[in-house]
Design a protein around this ligand. Sequence first.
Ligand code: FAD
Length: 414
Amino acid sequence: MTAGPRGVGAGVNPTAAPTVPETADVVVIGAGQAGLSAGYHLQRRGFVPAGAPPSGQHDATPTYLVLDAEDGPGGAWRHRWRSLRMSTVNGIYDLPGIEQPGVAPEAASVDVLPAYFGDYEAELGLAVVRPVRVRRVEEADGATGRPGDLLVRWASGDRSGAITARALVNATGTWSKPFWPAYPGQETVRGRQLHTADYVRAEDFAGARVAVVGGGISAVQLLEEVSHVARTFWFTRREPVWRDDFGPDEGSRAVAMVDQRVREGLPPQSVVSVTGLIRTPSLHAAAERGVLERRPMFTRIVPEGVVAADGQLLPVDVIFWNTGFRAALDHLRPLHLRAAGGGIRMDATQVAGEPRVHLVGYGPSASTVGANRAGREAVARIVRYLAAEDEPLPVPHDGTRAAARRRSRDVTAS
Ligand code: FAD
């Protein structure tokens, strides 16, 4: 099938239907920091865009494609609120190979980072196709692809199709999976409920009484912001851990802790959530205004507001859930990757025992620096895996070539 993937680089025309070829050696899902890092390293290793018109390369030249659900570049940065400035993000690591342009600290991350990602895709000619959402990844059978391959089913508007891949880099982030904890009475509330992912601007809360829930960085930043125009009440399950500074040792410890969790097949905690909260000058000022007086979590929601831990009714107009996100992995469900511990057992970026599937930007690599490294590591391991797969196999004595290939995979994984 012809392909010429549209969307290569930043010159994306969101009104034209994207073309997705039927096969690629490696499919990357998601074009945020993690997916672009994987794309960069695939190109460096000699992979070429799948379905691109022949350019004289040998037929065996390995191919890749990045499928991204967004209408344009930037990953989740396209959706962050305008008041999240380059000075108020935690620090964004450069994408591999091309530095971020110098920008004013006051510039909005929602402007700067999508533009940087777009220029990056264009300059490197990365094979990013969008908007294409992956719905399911399943095992190919004889009819849908070579046994042992993965079948990636996608949709784009009212079109849908499938692409087979020998290996997969999943880089779908968390933004599309906001976590809303369940509280009794939640459906009865008369006021508004929203999540961090829905936040646009503080002015939308002007004059309201707002219960802000959550103890992470976004929670305190948005609490501070909203407190300038609204009466706020801050609820967290635990006393937040405050720090005046944050050194590389704490960062490494947090990453190691999350890494250990996913190696054991437990759900990851976000790296950022285990490093504690830094007292920035604006948070110092907020503390002085009494905004950071934390209350224990409420027990119930009623039509007028929330019932506090001491049984008192606190009337509120808005409940603002800054309760984090979960890894967006529903499309991988057909592969049955979940371990008994509720997470996915990982061996660095690879799903343990499944050398075809890597998760980048997941668990210990859920930060911009982690995403960069994970992209590089996943590609290095996939290259080794594909090379081992392409070696002549011993004659299978108890089954098909696919069974022999599976055995060889098990050996690679162990
Ligand atoms: P994303 O940027 O979310 O990209 C995922 C991509 O996958 C998106 O384009 C999405 O549309 C696409 N996708 C999802 N599902 C599918 C599908 N089924 N099919 C096709 N495409 C799909 N980290 C830092 O290091 N420094 C910071 O300052 C910082 N600030 C942050 C501020 C906020 C408010 C938040 C929420 C997070 C912050 N982080 C920060 C964490 C950081 O954003 C991430 O670790 C990193 O940017 C995520 O990159 P990613 O590529 O994993 O995901």
